[in-house]
Design a protein around this ligand. Structure first.
Ligand SMILES: *Cc1c(COP(=O)(O)O)cnc(C)c1O
Length: 355
């Protein structure tokens, strides 16, 4: 249990108006959570303070060698006024897996969740309520030793910021166009692909730019060794429905273990729909598209929840799915997960956490 010191802002910002069409990640709330780590002392001085710039030494290790971890989850306001989080313990556990891989200190799961809850409660007026909106929560940790040598830092900051966000896609669940990348790779087995860390995103930008230039919104990554097997999309995991079975690439060390991914698999299985976590090659996908068994395709992630894919491009081959319409199962999964997140549908034990 953290003993959080609270220093409220004396100059609260204006809340975004009801008619303000929220975008993603541009507006930040009045407060942030901060705590410091020092070797030998552990985590010290947990506090909620006014949102504002940090003062860091230019030699702080995070700037030079990228030792950092981040997470992403959302808070929702239910119709009855409760503030709900979706499986926040999963974010806390995944943060610790990332921390371990990046030689950064662990944060007790209870402390992580407590810090999120207390901050969200203080800035609860910022939780938007229009359909498709939520308060995005961004916890992250950075290495702060002022040192240019290469080793794990001995000091860190763990920070949580909040951002009211709008519907990910303006016109609802519009299918996206995806570029299958066979030149650049995102991650390899043994690397840091399964950690949620900035470096993976820095590595992805060049391919993302290339896809954008070609008129595609996201990149679908292939495995870094054989360039044959499907891994994931940008900031989402990927699912296919082939001949009645849901298939997603198995967690192999280079894929980010999404919490939405895990939730999709659990829901499908609870409905009696087989959900296979296994290797799936581009060839298998092209074949399924050709013989008509590729029924649906969608990405899963906290930002968009479910993002239908209507068009995939691999070299000179194009796969059209559902003539650009959302699939039945994709819609059902979207409705169910967002229903649970908003407290309208009772989800499995532990999925809905009240702030
Ligand atoms: C965060 C993230 C995801 C999605 O994870 P969720 O927990 O479902 O939001 C997928 N891929 C990458 C690379 C990510 O960083």
């Amino acid at each position: 249990m953290l003993n959080i010191r609270i220093e409220k802002t004396t100059t609260p910002k204006e809340l975004p108006g009801k008619d303000n069409p929220l975008t993603f990640g541009t507006i930040f709330t009045d407060h942030m959570f901060v705590m410091d780590y020092e070797e030998g002392k552990g985590w010290i001085d947990p506090r909620i303070v006014p949102y504002g710039p940090l003062s860091l030494d230019p030699s702080a290790m995070v700037f030079h060698y990228g030792q950092e971890m981040f997470e992403g989850l959302k808070a929702y306001k239910a119709e009855d006024g409760r503030i709900l989080l979706f499986r926040p313990d999963m974010n806390a556990k995944r943060a610790n897996n990332s921390n371990k891989r990046l030689c950064m200190p662990q944060i007790p799961v209870e402390d992580f969740v407590q810090a999120v809850k207390e901050l969200v409660k203080i800035d609860q007026a910022w939780i938007p309520t229009a359909p498709g909106t939520a308060l995005y929560i961004r916890p992250f940790m950075i290495a702060t030793d002022p040192f240019l040598g290469v080793r794990p830092s001995s000091t860190y900051k763990f920070i949580i910021i909040l951002s009211p966000v709008g519907a990910y896609y303006k016109e609802g669940l519009n299918p996206v166009k995806i570029w299958i990348e066979d030149d650049y790779v995102r991650a390899v087995k043994g690397g840091i692909g399964e950690a949620k860390t900035g470096g993976n995103y820095a590595a992805s930008l060049a391919a993302q730019m290339k896809a954008h230039d070609e008129g595609y919104s996201q990149v679908l990554w292939l495995d870094g060794v054989e360039r044959k097997y499907i891994e994931e999309v940008g900031a989402m995991n990927i699912f296919f429905k082939i001949n009645g079975t849901v298939v997603t690439p198995m967690l192999n060390g280079s894929i980010l273990p999404g919490i939405t991914r895990n939730s999709v698999c659990e829901l499908c299985r609870s409905w009696g729909i087989p959900c296979e976590e296994r290797r799936i090659s581009v060839d298998e996908l092209l074949e399924a598209a050709e013989n008509g068994t590729l029924e649906e395709c969608f990405g899963s992630g906290t930002a968009a929840v479910i993002s239908p894919v209507g068009h995939l491009r691999f070299g000179d081959k194009v796969i059209q799915i559902k003539d650009g319409n959302i699939g039945e199962l994709s819609q059902k999964i979207y409705d169910t997960i967002t229903g649970i997140q908003l407290g309208k549908i009772e989800g499995p034990e532990g999925w809905t956490v009240v702030c």
